[in-house]
Ligand binder design. Structure first.
Ligand code: ACO
Ligand code: HSE
Length: 371
């Protein structure tokens, strides 16, 4: 990480920090002793702690929402920053790597009780478990109530779980491109991805650290996922039936050596990119975490569950999302107390529109959420 801003003090904003939040008894019965949470902050907390915003990342995201004192671009770069909709001149912005991840928080690659990586013994962590862990970090930071919690995709599910689990600690909640629970189809796509990794010859039940990693399985999982993150129309418009440059899909062996269509090359690239930055066990762990997403579990109907909340809600969906359908966002909005509408992000590309259409999303957040 390169520090580019001339400062007389050590860099503070957009730098990963680590907090020890103690042991975590998990919903599924497991226990994680000595949990570490990695987090980044931007801006300054008010004396009364009233200007804190929690930005929750999605499945393969990290704490690095935006740059701050580094020149490393963040995944919501123009949504958060000085003068941006999530204005770091006004708010104290916090982002936490979810438990189970591989960007600094306790996860399958962290040392377990025997000093070796958890690997196959890493337990299931639900969104409710990770919310409990994050609440302890909020306590340490002196934040008794968030001005807002927001996120997209799994980040939106995390935000919603915060608003339901700790109603008194969330004043505003933005749930973007995700519904109230993972649907059967979302679980089905997720299972195909986790199986792709589990069936890699290098997987070894998750105990692959120190040896060859299941990169083919992880890359295949990412290909499956990425198809669901993009619309059929975008893939057709962008790639159609075109062959990848200097390759011929009709020539070469049918079982090996055939040239690729452009879309195949594109998915190969997306798979390779993820392999370079993500741990396969974390991919499984967090995919299982997302499968567990059900804000109503043990709480009654959706309306009864949401009646516990006291936050002002912002709900948004990507119009062409074929993974988290806008209808699921409408179902959530309709069940929320009060008159909550759904902001539609006009994007032809599908689910990833919540990451690419920052201008639209930012304007919607400014006008109806963070004003
Ligand atoms: C919320 C979170 O925390 S998630 C964290 C952020 N998410 C990620 O980083 C996930 C991985 N990335 C993505 O999902 C997407 O890149 C997004 C959503 C971030 C951005 O989407 P877009 O800007 O539309 O990028 P797109 O999907 O077109 O991918 C472009 C890449 O495909 C490559 N590509 C395009 N066509 C081809 C092809 N025919 N063959 C091979 N590669 C190709 C481009 O060269 C480019 O490569 P690069 O990313 O290494 O520069
Ligand atoms: N591209 C996002 C999509 C998941 O919502 C990610 O990798 O986390």
């Amino acid at each position: 990480m390169t520090v580019t801003v001339a400062r007389t003090t050590a860099p503070e904003h957009g730098i990963v920090r680590y907090a020890s939040i103690g042991g975590l008894q998990l919903e599924g019965g497991g226990f994680l002793p000595d949990v570490t949470l990695a987090y980044e902050t931007w801006g300054t907390l008010n004396a009364d702690g009233s200007n804190a915003i929690l930005v929750e990342h999605a499945l393969t995201g990290s704490t690095h929402v935006t740059r701050g004192d580094t020149d490393e671009e963040g995944w919501w770069e123009h949504l958060a920053g000085p003068g941006a909709p999530v204005d770091t001149d006004r708010f104290f912005v916090v982002s936490i790597n979810i438990v189970g991840g591989c960007y600094g928080s306790t996860g399958p690659s962290s040392p377990g009780p025997d000093g070796k990586p958890w690997g196959s013994t890493f337990p299931l962590v639900t969104l409710r478990d990770s919310t409990e862990a994050e609440a302890r970090l909020a306590d340490q930071l002196g934040i008794s109530s968030w001005y807002a919690v927001l996120g997209g995709s799994m980040g939106g599910a995390r935000a919603l779980e915060w608003a339901v689990t700790f109603p008194e600690r969330v004043q505003r909640c933005a749930v973007i491109a995700v519904g109230a629970a993972s649907t059967a189809e979302q679980i089905a796509f997720a299972q195909a991805q986790t199986l792709a990794i589990r069936q890699d010859p290098n997987f070894n039940d998750g105990d692959y650290y120190g040896g060859p990693i299941p990169e083919a399985g992880l890359a295949l999982a990412r290909r499956i996922a990425h198809i669901t993150y993009r619309s059929a129309a975008e893939l057709e418009h962008r790639f159609g039936r075109e062959a990848q440059a200097s390759e011929s899909p009709l020539q070469g062996g049918v079982l090996a050596g055939r040239g690729r269509y452009q879309v195949e090359s594109y998915l190969d690239h997306q798979g390779s990119k993820l392999v370079r930055r993500f741990d396969a066990n974390s991919y499984i762990a967090l995919t299982e975490t997302l499968m567990s997403h059900d804000v109503c579990r043990g709480r009654g109907s959706l309306a009864d569950t949401l009646a516990r909340t006291s936050a002002r809600f912002f709900v948004a969906a990507v119009e062409s999302d074929r993974l988290y359908f806008p209808s699921q966002s409408h179902e959530l909005a309709q069940a929320l107390p009060g008159d909550v509408g759904v902001h539609l992000i006009q994007a032809p590309i599908g689910h990833d529109g919540f990451l690419t259409e920052i201008g639209q999303l930012g304007a919607q957040l400014r006008s109806d959420f963070l004003a």
